[in-house]
Design a protein around this ligand. Sequence first.
Ligand code: M6R
Length: 605
Amino acid sequence: MCGIIGIVGRTAVAPRLVESLRRLEYRGYDSAGVAAIVDGKLERRRAVGKLRALDEHLAAEPLGGTVGIGHVRWATHGAPTEANAHPHASGRVMAVHNGIIENYAELKAELIAKGRTFESQTDTEVAVQLIDQYLSEGQAPLAAFQSALARFQGAYALAVLIEGEDRLVLGARRGSPLVVGYGDGEMFIGSDALAVGPFTNRVAYLDEGDVVAIDDTSARILDAAGHDAIRPVRVIPASAALVEKGNYRHFMEKEIHEQPDSCQHTLAAYVDPVALKASPPADVDFKALNRIQIVACGTASYAGLIGKYLIERIAGLPVDVEVSSEFRYREAALSPGTLAVAVSQSGETADTLAALRFCKAQGLVTAAIVNAHQSTMAREADVLWPTHAGPEIGVASTKAFTAQVSVMAALAVAAAAQRGRIDAAQEAHLVHVLLEAPRLISESLQVEDTIREIAHELGRARDVLYLGRGAMYPLALEGALKLKEISYIHAEGYAAGELKHGPIALIEEDTPVIVIAPSDSLFEKTASNMAEVIARGARVIMITDAEGQRHAPPGARVVTAPACDPLIAPLVFAGAIQLLAYYTAVQKGADVDQPRNLAKSVTVE
Ligand code: M6R
């Protein structure tokens, strides 16, 4: 949502804050700001828009000091204006915030009644003013901070500077992540390990309700009850600290091409290539389960839907999938013997976390398929099923999606074997199929010239339809989401068989219809649906394999993917839809890695 950083350092703080914010920009880019303690006084610089606007502001008006805080914003309360940009200031306090203080209106009214005036529409300014209010009433800095935190309802990660405390940054987390970075004679707090990655690889993850005070050499951590607490310091892998685009134009392009590797790394944790057995890293007794309930948002929910198709077909185990934002509030009836599975790249998505907690409170065993292994979901779920996609920076999810699908495919095989739905020879065959996926994904990405040409045409479209059957239906939904979010073209995904029940009315002369149709048992059915749209003037773009290509209708543009087993078809066919969205957005000149109105990690409802 938003990204925050705090530094008690030994060298000029402003460039370091900006360096860190560059790694956090995936969390929000409506505005950015930094503050520092300069000669005992608080100073800040803020700018609307992407980080480069702040860079320019800092070049024109440099900011000194070695202790500071910084923020990139994804606007919730108040438009993206400079007045609403963080850090917010009041009296002796400046602070940056990720999350939403839900009772801000009530607190604001109380502060106005005390004679305070506000310069922004944000909930954060209310938080800042409340801390300052307690300071002005004579409380010491940490006590004033804790008094204010005790009044907040909602979610927050905060970093706070206090005038008169030259070598101190205060932080706190509830509902939004915060890490502490341990440097050499300097200390850091930040939204994630990436944020402190340029300065240290020693990181502690704060727990819910923790408060922290960092100075030059130490972090004092207090738990939710206000008792001194110790959080283990971990050495984070280099991959978490390294986020560079290399020779690629965009992170999204790089991440699409990383998929053979990320899929291989993920599968390596879920299958034994020697014994040819599925061996998930955390044991779940699939025989004892009656049902799986998957909760997730956006792309992760489509990975869950693919999981439903695979797990039900191969393992015969019922799977329900629901978007977390609905699931969390509808008082779902959950039966014993259900395993609740949260799927999330970030492990911090507010709705999915709430859905996971709801299931846990109902007494279900919970599992989390997450890419951020130290995230809140990873830590709160009973079972951790990690994906190994590495840091995903592009706001449009690509490699995290295929890593989630890889886990689903491996779990389907594990569940089928445990439940006696397949014998050892069939399990060995399916594991062999899984192990072929990275190579086939790599082959599937060798279609860029064709895709560039098609993207040129797609870029002119007003509406685009995606069709698929079976596990290709969720992929059609994902294709439409990818195109919408980065190229801003209206797109919808449909189950191919549903078309004639309404959506076919949308087809006009030249409407592009992207049909994902591997030559599987459903191919002929999908081919009939293709004929139906062609008869009504649609321009069909068919993503298929060599066999399917032989049956392509006249006039259809064809993107050819390698032939593969249906178990891995969602992995092998994903690349084409991602590249189509990517090149269409590039061709339109859109900001691929930072599409308008979006943020990578949605930590508010
Ligand atoms: O971090 P999560 O996987 O929980 O995020 C879920 C969605 O917000 C995310 O997949 C979103 O839909 C992406 N922008 C899709 O590209």
